[in-house]
Design a protein around this ligand. Structure first.
Ligand SMILES: [Zn+2]
Length: 129
């Protein structure tokens, strides 16, 4: 058995040298506020990996936020961010693909997510597949 808890790269795979506390952990553990939509999107992916419902709901814009999340038996295995476009100061889109496994079978999803900034904080609105 290997000891994984203290030397794991952040699940968002932004930088293979960055461990969780210095990457998405900064935001999920409320030490900093994500400065742009891509950073928020990466931290939300990591929150899905960790099944952190609280962080996902709190970064979801109230206009589209669900009451609660169901974490299906999904194992997230990889994230690739393809583009990050900021159309104006408070609106941004991030396109990405994420790989996951269900019952040992691998799948890939592709999404263009929309984000809005309010009161200096970015929120997820919704996604187009
Ligand atoms: Zn990360």
């Amino acid at each position: 058995m290997s000891q994984k808890s203290h030397h794991t790269h952040c699940p968002c795979q932004k930088d293979t040298n960055l461990e969780y506390p210095h990457c998405c952990g900064l935001y999920i553990d409320q030490k900093q506020i994500p400065m742009n939509a891509e950073i928020l999107m990466r931290s939300r992916y990591t929150a899905y990996v960790m099944e952190n419902q609280e962080y996902l709901l709190q970064t979801w814009h109230p206009s589209t936020r669900p009451m609660q999340l169901d974490f299906e038996p999904t194992k997230w295995i990889g994230l690739t961010v393809h583009s990050h476009t900021q159309s104006d100061e408070t609106h941004a889109q991030v396109t990405f693909s994420a790989r996951y496994k269900v019952n040992g079978k691998a799948f890939k999803m592709h999404e263009c997510s929309s984000f809005i900034q309010e009161y200096g904080q970015w929120f997820y609105i919704d996604g187009d597949y």
